[in-house]
Structures are given as structure tokens and as C-alpha cells.
Design a protein around this ligand. Structure first.
Ligand code: SF4
Length: 423
């Protein structure tokens, strides 16, 4: 079984062993909440066919938008589904009302304009009579106790555990998505548990976790849950981390930064063409948001999933590294992670390890100080070295810490400060 980075350990399918490592304590909570299927869903033969059927209007909206060289505005893209979702439904925090009971979502750069009884591109926000709602507050479809190194964070609470949760939905559609069965689903498509913020914090503590992580799908589209749960986590003495594509508007990002402790952003390429063709998103908002997270003083790490032939050119990595060094600083950790053929990119091979080593060398040569190789367990580039004396500061094997030569945030040999959140 290939190493797969930040996927839930059970499976991407989540038939329901989703809380595997913490089943006993979860069982102490109120009974499992399984949303009732709609009449429409019950008529469908299976979910894959259903998703294919729904793919058409979405694809049509994308084609129209791309023809205008803008992001999709999928009015009527996703129809409402009748179900009792009152436990999970909370009014959205970032939207504006428009004439004719329409709304414009202001959470991510898509700015979906949505008619009454319809949903935005991410499938989890619905217009009901001119009021816009998130349908996934506390609606957890995947949860697991993970090492923080799996997110990956290498300079944030090394060796600690994160209680990691996700809801359905995403605001992009990456062709390589390793969690597509939840990211490209609607809330009704998946069994879920009702896990309000206080219960989430309690579970995290009961499972000896130092942090709560919002991950696996896309935390942007369940932003209200993220920020509410982060406040509860903080009250309980826990830290909060967000693993995101960074495709969010500035106002909700700043509000999020005020409540969470660390953010990992997937910089999926340094090319707008790649973002348009492979991700169905935009590059510039991600760059702007990287700068914002840094300015807000939140701990930031960057992951660059290296896809053979699509984003693995030296020149692209050189340009990206120069931008990171100039705009963010040389000490932001950058992880070049290994791609595995999944979802819509099964035609490509896993990233050759020499490719990852070549790109790391390019980034090193541009002056980035903490460049890692990920999804290659046991590779020496999983380790942290002091940029001044080159001493081994943290030795890792996969998600395990083998040794730490770090004292009060400094290299124990030369006392050079190593940036991060260490306790
Ligand atoms: S968060 Fe969802 S509904 Fe809002 S603009 Fe983005 S894709 Fe559209």
C-alpha cells in the first residue's frame, strides 16, 4: 500500500469506520446522526452514477466561466435536497443578499451567485428564501487521530497528535484529489456524525491530542464550524490547525487567522494554467493569502504536490522559490510531496524520487532553508537540519520522531533559532 500523505487512515470511502482509533470514546456521545436520504437520492442506483449525473451542470458552468476567463458562477448548479438538516444548518457568515431572493457568496473567490433553493459550487451552501446557509456545521464525515507530521507540519508540535475532522465538499476539483469521495460529495451523500464544537474539543482531549485539525476535504467550505470549534478548542487548552487549499477571500481568512494557530496551504503549482486546468481554481488568491497568513503571524507551512510532467519543471520551482523567499521569507517550510496516481490522474506514474530530489535542490539553491521531501518514508530530506551549522535538529522516519536536538527552539549545537511552534 503506497504511503498517501494526509488521507484518513481508514479509507477515503468512509463507509463508517471513520472514527476508528477513537471509537470507544465517540460511542459515549449521542447516537450517530445519519441524514435521511432524499426521495431523489433513493431513486438513484448508486452514488458514483449520481455524481456523474451531477457533473454535467457543474462542468457546463465551468466551461462558461472559463470562456469568460473567470471563475464559475454556478447559478442552478446544485439543486436543494429535501431533508431535515436543522442540526447542521447555520446562516453563512460571508454573503450578501441580492434582489429576487438571490445571494452572492463571499466566502471564496468564486463568489457564487445562487438562486433560491440552489447551492453554490461547493455543494454545502444553500439559498433558502434569500438567506444563505451552510449545511455542514458540526456535520463530520471523517475523523481520525493523526500524527501532526501527517498533515504535514514539521515545525509545529512535533510528535504530538491531532484530532482530525472533515465535512463533505470542496470549492475546487483537483484531478489528483486523494479524498475525492468526500471532497466531491454533497452532505447528503455521506453518513455523518453530529459533533458540535464543545464535543469536538472534549473528544480531542479524551484522545490525548494536543490539537484539533481541519483537514481531508476543504476547511474553507466549512469555515463557520472551523472558527466556532477553534474557539472551543482554545478554551480547552488545545491548539487548532487548518490544512487548506488557500482558496478563500481575505475577510474570512483574517477572521480564521484570529482563531487558529497554524495553517498549511497547498500551493499546487506556480502556474495559473495549472490552476485552471488541473485544479479548477486560481493561483493569485493563493499567493495573496499566503502573504496574509504570514502577516497575521500564524505558523505557516507550504505543501507542493509534485505531479510528473504537469508541475515539475525546474524553472517553475525556481520562480516559486524566489517568490516565497521574497514575499514570505526563506524560513517557511516547503514540502515537495510525492504524487500517487488517483482519481482522474491514474494515467501518470508516482513521482520519481529523483524528481523530488532535483526540485528540492533547486529550492535549496534559491535560499529556502527548510525544504522537505514528503511521502517517501525514510528519506533523509524528511529531517530538519540547522541552516547555520547543518546539525541534524529533528530526525524523522515517516511520521515518527526519532531524535530531537532542539533546545528552547534553538539548534542544540550552535544555538541558531529554528522557527516553529515547539510546545
Ligand atoms: S464557498 Fe462555496 S458557495 Fe461560496 S463562493 Fe466558494 S464555492 Fe461558491
Amino acid at each position: 500500500m503506497p504511503h498517501q500523505g494526509n488521507t484518513p487512515a481508514v479509507s477515503a470511502a468512509f463507509p463508517l469506520p471513520v472514527f476508528s482509533e477513537c471509537e470507544a470514546r465517540i460511542d459515549a456521545l449521542p447516537p450517530l446522526a445519519v441524514p435521511r436520504s432524499s426521495a431523489l437520492l433513493s431513486e438513484l442506483p448508486d452514488r458514483r452514477l449520481f455524481l456523474k449525473m451531477l457533473a454535467f451542470p457543474c462542468a457546463a458552468a465551468c466551461v462558461m466561466a472559463l470562456a469568460r476567463d473567470s471563475i464559475a458562477v454556478p447559478v442552478r448548479a446544485w439543486a436543494a435536497v429535501e431533508e431535515d438538516d436543522s442540526r447542521f444548518r447555520v446562516e453563512a457568515r460571508f454573503y450578501e443578499k441580492l434582489p429576487g431572493k438571490m445571494v452572492r457568496c463571499k466566502l471564496c473567490p468564486r463568489e457564487c451567485v445562487v438562486e433560491d433553493r440552489n447551492r453554490g459550487y461547493c455543494r454545502v451552501r444553500e439559498n433558502r428564501s434569500g438567506t444563505y446557509y451552510t449545511l455542514v456545521h458540526s456535520r463530520v464525515v471523517a475523523a481520525h487521530v493523526d500524527p501532526i507530521e501527517k498533515k504535514p507540519f514539521f515545525h509545529f508540535l512535533p510528535g504530538k497528535q491531532a484530532f482530525s475532522v472533515a465535512t463533505a465538499g470542496c470549492n475546487v476539483n483537483c484531478k489528483f484529489c486523494q479524498n475525492w469521495e468526500i471532497s466531491q460529495a454533497r452532505p447528503e451523500d455521506l453518513p455523518a456524525r453530529y459533533l458540535p464544537p464543545k464535543d469536538l474539543a472534549t473528544l480531542a482531549k479524551d484522545n490525548q491530542c494536543a490539537a484539533v485539525a481541519f483537514t481531508y476535504s476543504e476547511p474553507t467550505i466549512f469555515n463557520e464550524y472551523v472558527t466556532d470549534a477553534a474557539e472551543s478548542a482554545r478554551d480547552s487548552g488545545l491548539k487548532t490547525i487548518v490544512v487548506t487549499n488557500g482558496f478563500i477571500q481575505q475577510a474570512p481568512l483574517k477572521r480564521t487567522c484570529q482563531r487558529v494557530d497554524a495553517i498549511k496551504i497547498d500551493l499546487k503549482a506556480y502556474s495559473q494554467d495549472y490552476y485552471r486546468d488541473v485544479v479548477r481554481g486560481q493561483l493569485q488568491p493563493i499567493l495573496d493569502n499566503l502573504i496574509t497568513v504570514r502577516k497575521q503571524g500564524k505558523w505557516l507551512e507550504i505543501v507542493y504536490l509534485t505531479v510528473p510532467t504537469l508541475n515539475d519543471r525546474d524553472g517553475e520551482i525556481r520562480d516559486m522559490s524566489r517568490w516565497i523567499k521574497t514575499e514570505l521569507g526563506p524560513d517557511v517550510p516547503v514540502h515537495f510531496t510525492r504524487f500517487m496516481p488517483l482519481y482522474l490522474l491514474k494515467n501518470l506514474p508516482p513521482t520519481p524520487v529523483p524528481t523530488l530530489e532535483r526540485l528540492k535542490a533547486v529550492a535549496d539553491a534559491e535560499g529556502l532553508q527548510y525544504v522537505y521531501i514528503g511521502n517517501v518514508p525514510g528519506h533523509p530530506a524528511e529531517n530538519t537540519y540547522c541552516p547555520k551549522c547543518h546539525n541534524l535538529v529533528i530526525e524523522r522516519a515517516g511520521f515518527t520522531i526519532k531524535q530531537m536536538n532542539l533546545h528552547k527552539g534553538k539548534c542544540s549545537k550552535c544555538q541558531h533559532p529554528i522557527p516553529g511552534v515547539w510546545s
